[in-house]
Design a protein around this ligand. Structure first.
Ligand code: ADP
Ligand code: MG
Length: 343
């Protein structure tokens, strides 16, 4: 079906299906000038937004419309998780190229609902415009965290240990595979490709960390370990030491990098989009938090420690050499790994 057959309002009517998953807090959702929401007493509101642009963040031939909707919400949820919060309500704005079929947009919203359903996120509004070029999706997401419980980037102190959830470098490896062989990737590659196309925001881990004493800083790994460490260190006025041998990196990722003549650390530090949580814990909280994470079956690894600011950012390589961490992570205005193949 053509967009011109249904028009803007017909399209919105089709897309707003199953918009409210936990309606208790919604006084008015889609259909008025603004959504009207109740806030939970004793909570702080979180608000975040992230935009995905065709050709920069995604390629439709890789992810399909479903994948785009899924990831657009996932990356926003990850930012709420990185404050220790719970996502609640979203608005989605779409810039749609003229010849996009109506069914494609329904597919995009099906992906969005899939992610929304995992965390009970309500879709309470959006905006719809025509795009003369690429497909553009912007999501704005509200979340909440019990008063006083948000975890910032700025609380890390020398002596704290640095932790990450999950594995690092998988999404970057998946992106490499897609760039190389979009047709038929091998079986072993599917977790890596999935890490790039269908990231899982660490909401449970973030919420748990916000409830425990001693967690001094928290950030989600969207732009690569190098960039996120830099953010925490800058915000906290500290330095850090990372131990290469401690980094949790899948064997497939190491082998794939080696086979391509790439240093796997490049993917870990610059690749980004792993959406794991990076956090620090002071000495008195470490045992308790580790125990709670284990009990919740959340995988985590100690990857380094916080040092005084004048020590800078360093990595202890497996060969015993200390190097400065120079990786700056994904940066839109510099040449970095992206869905656009390099010439
Ligand atoms: P307004 O003119 O007040 O901006 P619109 O006509 O753009 O309102 O939108 C009508 C209603 O539909 C609003 O509640 C808006 O939030 C919602 N809406 C518009 N586009 C979308 C979309 N792509 N997805 C979900 N809701 C949408
Ligand atoms: Mg509008």
């Amino acid at each position: 079906m053509k967009l011109s057959e249904v028009g803007e309002f017909g399209l919105i009517d089709l897309l707003k299906k199953d918009a409210l998953l936990s309606p208790q807090q919604v006084i008015a959702g889609i259909g008025d000038d603004a959504a009207v929401l109740k806030s939970s007493p004793g909570h702080w509101q979180l608000l975040t937004t992230d935009m995905l642009m065709e050709g920069i963040h995604f390629r439709l031939d890789w992810s399909g419309y479903y994948g785009v909707g899924y990831k657009a919400l996932a990356v926003n949820i990850s930012d709420v998780a990185a404050m220790g919060g719970n996502p609640t309500h979203a608005v989605i704005s779409v810039g749609i190229p003229e010849h996009t079929p109506v069914e494609a947009m329904q597919e995009l919203y099906r992906g969005f609902r899939e992610m929304a359903g995992k965390y009970g996120v309500n879709l309470v509004g959006g905006d719809t415009v025509r795009s003369p070029g690429p497909l553009v999706i912007n999501v704005a997401l509200l979340g909440e965290v019990p008063e006083g419980r948000a975890i910032f980037r700025s609380g890390a102190k020398p002596g704290d240990l640095i932790y990450t959830t999950g594995q690092l470098g998988s999404a970057a490896a998946g992106l490499h595979l897609l760039l190389e062989q979009p047709e038929s990737p091998p079986e072993w590659a599917s977790p890596l490709i999935k890490a790039h196309l269908f990231p899982e925001p660490r909401v449970t881990a973030g919420r748990l960390l916000s409830q425990l004493a001693g967690v001094s800083s928290l950030d989600d790994n969207s732009d690569g370990l190098g960039a996120e460490l830099r953010e925490i260190c800058r915000a906290s006025s500290v330095g850090c030491t990372i131990w290469e041998e401690a980094l949790p990196v899948r064997q497939e990722v190491r082998e794939l990098a080696e086979g391509r003549g790439v240093n796997y650390l490049d993917w870990v530090f610059n690749g980004g989009e792993d959406f794991e949580l990076l956090f620090t814990i002071g000495p008195s909280g470490q045992r308790n938090v580790e125990e709670a994470l284990r009990k919740a079956q959340i995988t985590f690894t100690v990857i380094g420690k916080i040092t005084p600011e004048d020590q800078g950012l360093k990595i202890g390589r497996n060969n015993g050499v200390w190097e400065a961490i120079t990786a700056t992570g994904y940066n839109h205005f510099q040449e970095s790994l992206s869905v656009v193949p390099k010439e």
